[in-house]
Design a protein around this ligand. Structure first.
Ligand SMILES: Cc1cc2nc3c(=O)[nH]c(=O)nc-3n(C[C@H](O)[C@H](O)[C@H](O)COP(=O)(O)OP(=O)(O)OC[C@H]3O[C@@H](n4cnc5c(N)ncnc54)[C@H](O)[C@@H]3O)c2cc1C
Length: 407
């Protein structure tokens, strides 16, 4: 194994600078307008409906949707910057966007037919249609191949049965990308398929999951499909190609989680610095105590490392989208995104913990931002690839596929 630190800077075609600046200005205006409402919803532990209405107002529900389908056509580095900014407002709000854009719209952009794109992208870009992604089930989390949902063909429909669990935007979504195996096929070589499922038919029971550690302002749900009919035109990608659709989509999802966590770290650093300068104990500002400075320095070092690796991952992902024929670049992007997600989520959780400590007793309160980030960011080390799964992926790359611990 040849280990090297040489880095090739990936080349991609960026979106026009004026469009990028306009999008990021809209995201900034959104975040500023959202903050007081989000504060209130957090304290009242309720879903923040305004997070969608305001996103529609500022035209940011279609950030990654190509312009020809009514979106803003953001490249990955710009989208990552937007997610970092939204992440500062809270992981709950950022999760709304990850569910809607990264894992809801991406599979349609990537795998949809022209007709499916025309049917689903324009109104999801305006935010009239909310999207979600339903892969996880009660018996299938880290290993989606163990999912139990099934489908069968019945005339011009597929009939779906099964339960999906822990789905972001699951109660509010108008359309969910779901995955299922052919009914009756329990063989080793069975292959799942992906479906674009509208949620307005008969046979869908949805339930909001409210007993959560954090993210009270976001929607997390489970739902059951019982003889649920989806038109044959709504199969996404080729039959049997669902696992590929899911894995490629998760790559985009991971990048958004990592980016959001950079924002969490920035926000925690800002809160900790402000408070440390203001608060006096033992005759001086606590910022003058060396052990408080240790917390600030460690948050800053983590912030810089995570923002660098996330930026690298976003650029590599953008370059690999520009060059889909380059399989090695795709592999590098996949791996770098996994590493970036591991680094950024762990840094964010540590930053929230340190900032909470700097705020002392006030840190241990929903009235202050670090304590909220501490509760909310914890899930980032679990969803879209847990810490363990990401480390196994990195190790498998180092050792060779034959050593892959999860196979
Ligand atoms: C708030 C929230 C939102 C979510 N949103 C979505 C969504 O929108 N769509 C969706 O499809 N899913 C979503 N999920 C589900 C999420 O992706 C899963 O929770 C995640 O994949 C882990 O699966 P699990 O919870 O079943 O844990 P399990 O897979 O049961 O894992 C339990 C523990 O075992 C570890 N583990 C598992 N396998 C191995 C192994 N081979 N080696 C070592 N350790 C291992 C895991 O890392 C974990 O620590 C969401 C989850 C949460 C909490």
């Amino acid at each position: 194994m040849h280990v090297t630190t040489a880095i090739d800077v990936p080349v991609y075609t960026p979106m026009p600078a004026a469009e990028r600046d306009a999008l990021l200005a809209d995201v900034e205006a959104y975040c500023q307008e959202l903050r007081p409402i989000e504060d209130l919803c957090y304290l009242e532990h309720r879903f923040n409906k305004d997070s969608i209405d305001l996103a529609r107002k500022h035209d940011i529900m279609g950030m990654i949707v190509p312009k020809e389908y009514g979106g803003r056509g953001a490249d990955f580095p710009t989208y990552a910057t937007a997610m970092a900014r939204i992440g500062r407002e809270g992981t709950g709000v950022r999760t709304l966007f990850s569910g809607h854009c990264s894992i809801g719209q991406t599979p349609v952009i990537e795998w949809g037919t022209d007709e499916q794109k025309r049917r689903y992208l324009p109104d999801s870009a305006t935010g009239e249609r909310i999207m979600a992604f339903g892969l996880t089930e009660p018996e299938a989390g880290s290993n989606p191949l163990e999912l139990q949902s099934t489908y069968r063909r019945d005339g011009d429909h597929y009939v779906l049965n099964g339960v999906k669990y822990l789905i972001s935007n699951g109660t509010i979504a108008h359309t969910i990308i779901v995955f299922a195996y052919p009914e009756g096929d329990n063989g080793k070589g069975r292959r799942m398929s992906a479906f674009i499922m509208d949620t307005d038919g008969d046979g869908l029971e949805r339930e909001e999951l409210t007993a959560k550690l954090g993210m009270p302002t976001s929607d997390t749900a489970m739902f059951e499909m019982e003889e649920y009919r989806v038109p044959v035109d709504n199969m996404l990608g080729e039959e049997g190609n669902g696992f590929r659709v899911a894995m490629k989509t998760i790559r985009a999802g991971r990048l958004s989680v990592a980016s959001g966590c950079v924002g969490v770290t920035e926000d925690c650093l800002e809160s900790a610095i402000d408070y440390a300068k203001e608060r006096h104990q033992h005759g001086k500002a606590i910022a003058r105590h060396q052990l408080i400075q240790d917390h600030l320095a460690m948050i800053e070092i983590g912030r810089q490392s995570s923002s660098s690796i996330v930026a690298d991952a976003a650029r590599t992902k953008a370059a690999s989208e520009d060059h889909p024929e380059d399989e090695e670049l795709g592999r590098q992007a996949d791996l770098l995104i996994a590493k970036a997600k591991f680094v950024a989520t762990n840094v964010a959780f540590d930053a929230a913990d340190r900032a909470l400590q700097v705020l002392g007793g006030k840190g241990w309160s929903d009235l202050y931002r670090p304590g909220r980030h501490w509760k909310d960011a914890r899930v980032c080390r679990i969803y879209e690839g847990s810490d363990e799964i990401l480390k196994l992926k990195v190790a498998a790359d180092l050792l060779g596929k034959e050593y892959a611990a999860f196979s």
